[in-house]
Design a protein around this ligand. Structure first.
Ligand code: GLA
Length: 378
């Protein structure tokens, strides 16, 4: 008995630490929704509740989307005690978190290490521990921490990010930590040691093919920095926001999946077309993103506007995207040996949901303008 008793606290601490470990918090890239791309400053309590409702009703939750994330413009004033309060758009954060949790979902929030957020609201500078405690008390499960005004203070980025990481750890609540500093200072080299579960690798995305493609295809070379617990983040999805056509949105979704990118939808979930929903909930494409091996894909071949990207999978197979960035439909051919495969391979088309049989030495497909053919080969 004497020997066993002191082990209890130790066991408790060990279990609590295990829960907060990055590999437990984000073993695969986080999936969810964020308010910014569609609602920007129009986000409020009702928008968040409706997003949570739609996430369940549409089947997105069952397809793997979990986080419902409030982005910038929720922040109100600090009390005399320094405690941050939400503004009038969010009357009761605890009640909102309870509501989101009751749907089997998780709630995310946003702040800045600087005195002001990007939209000019109250940031966390000088209040890191207090804010982390407040978020934990509200029932928050995810924090996006956006640099912006911290620039004016000439703070050291890694240690500034680490400060909030330590504050989050101290709360004892598992909170996914998302670094947002637009890919500056080679964040992929230090993001994980600053406690980040994901870090933005680029400036802001927009709902335009050129911008999405510039960011997405620009991720080559970063694969070795991503893995279970810590992911490169080429920014949130624009699928369904209306600025790209269906082929372009399929390219967006396929590329993000091959990149093992966090999948945070950014559209109005309460008003989705069947095409948008089909893209966001393509389970075969999502399975590539969420593959437990956790390897980020890379470009294995390119010729002018044509690119082939490949992501190794846990079952020994490979996910492959044949992309056409050009302005005319093209036939693309990929050699199996360029994919590290032998003479023959079984092929499945992940957008057509069809087995294409066994191919020998090469696979060829017609790829539409700005489009993709995405396959799984083994
Ligand atoms: C920055 C971020 C965006 C968004 C806005 C909010 O631009 O990169 O994702 O959070 O701030 O102000």
């Amino acid at each position: 008995m004497k020997l066993v008793l002191p082990l209890f606290p130790l066991l408790f601490v060990t279990l609590a630490c295990a829960q907060l470990a990055p590999e437990r918090l984000a073993p695969v890239p986080p999936m969810g929704w964020n308010s910014w791309n569609h609602f920007a400053e129009r986000v409020n309590d009702r928008v968040i509740r409706e997003a949570a409702d739609a996430m369940v009703a549409s089947g997105m939750r069952d397809a793997g989307y979990v986080y419902v994330n409030i982005d910038d413009t929720w922040e109100g004033q600090r009390g005399a005690d320094g405690i941050i309060h939400p503004n009038a758009k969010f009357p009761d954060m605890n009640a909102l978190a309870d509501y989101v949790h009751s749907k089997g979902l998780k709630l995310g929030i946003y702040s800045s290490p600087g005195p002001k957020t990007c939209a000019g609201y109250e940031g966390s500078y000088g209040h890191e521990e207090q804010d982390a405690r407040t978020y934990a008390g509200w029932g928050i499960d995810y924090l996006k921490y956006d640099w912006c005004s911290a620039d004016d203070l000439h703070l050291d980025m890694p240690s500034t990010y680490k400060k909030m990481h330590e504050a989050l750890l101290k709360t004892g609540r598992p909170i996914v930590y998302s670094l947002c500093q637009y890919g500056e200072h080679q964040v992929w080299r230090w993001g994980a040691s600053a406690g980040g579960n994901l870090w933005r690798t680029s400036g802001d995305i927009s709902d335009k093919y050129d911008r999405m493609a510039l960011i997405g295809f620009g991720q080559h070379g970063l694969a070795r920095f991503a893995g279970p617990g810590h992911w490169n983040d080429p920014d949130m999805l624009e699928v369904g926001n209306g600025g790209m056509n269906e082929n372009e949105y399929r390219t967006h979704m396929s590329l993000w999946a091959l990149l093992a990118a966090p999948l945070l939808a950014g559209n109005d979930l309460s008003k989705m077309t069947p095409q948008t929903l089909a893209i966001l909930t393509n389970r075969e494409v999502i399975a590539v993103d969420q593959d437990r091996l956790g390897r980020q894909g890379e470009r294995v071949w390119e010729e002018g506007p044509l690119e082939v990207w490949m992501k190794p999978l846990a079952d020994g197979g490979k996910a492959v995207g044949l992309f056409n960035r050009g302005e005319a439909a093209e036939t693309l051919s990929v050699q199996l040996h360029d994919l590290g495969l032998g003479e023959a391979a079984a092929v499945r088309d992940l957008w057509e949901h069809k087995d294409l049989g066994t191919v020998k030495s090469a696979f060829a497909a017609r790829v539409p303008v700005h489009g993709v053919v995405m396959i799984r080969v083994k």
